[in-house]
Design a protein around this ligand. Structure first.
Ligand code: ADP
Length: 254
């Protein structure tokens, strides 16, 4: 879970990147964070990963009250999150298998655990037959699936995806969000930052919009199993993301 209580972030140069942000994300939710460039999305992520401190307010993540977290406790917080980056951040001279295995080895996992877990996770993201390939031999969509496998391998309770589809083709972007949706269905909380409104419209997930450091809208599906048109408003929809015109209705279970 994530809780922001009256969070403000003002950088040293006086820029107010976040202004009085209060958000609660429950365990098991899938949330898109949207907003224009400079809106404060990265600042939001940095605060929840404890890369930056709030100027005021409190951030609580997976039961860690971040203002009370000691430096030596930060790795415990970070182990509860798997992070997926826009630019993949794979190691090009390591195989796909080793890229994923490496993330396990650095946390001290045994070889036995690695041999058992890595093929399972590669299977989950549909890359079991790419284990011996190297990142440059893969498409952007495939590389991002490796990024996802690496984020998942230590079994985090939460996935944080920072513009994960920013560097891949639109049809492959859809696949990445589908995969994140499936991971979420299996119980992992997913927080995905994006500015791709078209992509967001295709999935019936909660959408929080940040504009100039403020949360300006927070929309969530009433019932994930029902069609897209049955959204309820928590706030006025300033996003334009919920047109009445979607006739086909997205069925979460299909
Ligand atoms: P987004 O991720 O939505 O593009 P950011 O959180 O990166 O937005 O930035 C929000 C605002 O804070 C912007 O005006 C940006 O220039 C400013 N900002 C971000 N990081 C810093 C920093 N380290 N120092 C000063 N200003 C920053």
């Amino acid at each position: 879970m994530i809780e922001f209580k009256g969070v403000h972030k003002t950088y040293h140069n006086g820029v107010k990147a976040l202004k009085d942000v209060s958000i609660y994300v429950n365990k098991g939710e899938f949330v898109f964070i949207i907003g224009a460039s400079g809106a404060g999305k990265s600042t939001f992520l940095k605060l929840l990963m404890r890369e930056e401190f709030p100027s005021a307010g409190e951030v609580i993540v997976n039961d860690f009250k971040l203002s009370k977290l000691k430096r030596r406790e930060i790795p415990y917080l970070r182990r509860t999150m798997g992070v997926v980056f826009q630019d993949f951040r794979l190691i090009n001279n390591m195989t796909i298998y080793d890229n994923v295995a490496f993330a396990m080895r650095v946390t001290g996992s045994s070889n036995t655990a690695v041999r058992k877990r890595v093929p399972y996770i590669l299977g989950l993201v549909g890359l079991q037959n790419k284990a011996r390939s190297y990142p440059p031999e893969l498409s952007g969509g495939e590389q991002q699936r490796v990024g996802l496998a690496r984020a998942l391998v230590n079994n985090p309770s939460m996935i944080i995806a920072d513009e994960p589809t920013g560097n891949i083709d639109p049809e492959l972007s859809y696949e990445i969000v589908e995969l994140l949706t499936e991971i979420n269905r299996r119980g992992t909380t997913v927080l995905m930052v994006t500015h791709e409104r078209d992509l967001v419209r295709m999935f019936p997930h909660r959408v929080i919009e940040i504009c100039e450091g403020c949360v300006v809208s927070d929309r969530r599906p009433q019932n994930k199993k029902t069609t897209f048109s049955s959204f309820e408003a928590d706030a006025v929809d300033t996003t334009g993301l919920f047109p009445q015109s979607r006739k086909d209705g997205f069925n979460y279970e299909s």
